[in-house]
Design a protein around this ligand. Sequence first.
Ligand SMILES: [Zn+2]
Length: 401
Amino acid sequence: MATMRSNLGIMKILHLKKRGCFLLKLLCLVALVLIFCEFLIYYVVIFQCHWPEVKIEAHRSSKQSSASVLKAMFLSDTHLLGEIKGHWLDKLRREWQMERAFQTALSLLVPDIVFILGDVFDEGKWSFSQAWADDVRRFQKMFRHPVCTELMVVVGNHDIGFHYEMTAYKLKRFAKVFNFTSGKLITRKGVNFVMVNSVALEGDGCTICSRAEAKLMKLSHKLNCSQQQEENHSKKRCSDVEQLPASEPILLQHYPLYRRNDAECAGEDSALPEEKNIPFKEKYDVLSREASQKLLWWFHPRLILSGHTHSACEVLHNGKIPEISVPSFSWRNRNNPSFIMGSITPTNFSLYKCFLPLESRVVTIYCIAGALLGVLILAHLQLLSPPFYFAQHLIRKHKAV
Ligand SMILES: [Zn+2]
């Protein structure tokens, strides 16, 4: 009797041990899938991106030249959700994805400077001060960066509203965080960037618009002076102007320059075929023809980068000036977000598009892992007989007959 009891005890312990071991295996599987989908996948995918090669002037030594190439990263339309339209789960998921993608890109690619081309927030156009402060706090956490990398932000219509809902108050609070209002010129490693408040290019003479135009004209004068240093008449006109590197600027703005539609845009992340032929509305989807002409005339840019459409496109203005539409960085707006990596010198540039992990791929991995987990649990509970045991069971039955 005593032997039987002790045998039963041993069997019970063995059974518990087996169950514990099984649970541990399941936990490990869940942890592995989570770590891969939430951390490692960003490293695996972004590791494949690289800074493009750029032609460097022959007279520079190789050591000098590699140091003189500016590594700039451009992303757009992050649309951090607000308290009104944002569901907490959507917010949590998409903001985590953007934070991981940005932080991984920073650690692997180490850019000198990052530009965000507007629509940083989704509800900056109508949020009250408390919600605005909360959005800004989350932005600063997600897009934190080391001192060796600068972060510059251009204003978009979702940050301060379309022209008719834009107010001095909204622009001021944006400026307080991002130090940007009408326009800004920054020069790094001899490369000039002009950041434009494209929402204020309505051309109707409103106070904010007039200020923006005046600022841009001033910047244009400064740049023109730096390019015409040798000419006598310009020497006089430019005597009180700060000297800049004589390099054609790169224009950065939220709205694209005027184009009829996206019909000419190609690539896997361009607009959907059914959307490509829909005409763009001036001052809403793209800048007006007049404002676009003014920008081209004022700055003679060598490259333009813009956001707003959430899809990719490459257009040539006046047959020679390329404009790149940078797609949205958020999985909320597309399955295949990306950012642009630019190797830039005062005379040349070379661009490369770095795609983030596909959201659908992450979801597929979770689904496969979930199904595998279900099968393992069912098999453990012996509700799902493996084919071998099933056959064995059949043979035994046959013999008995
Ligand atoms: Zn926009």
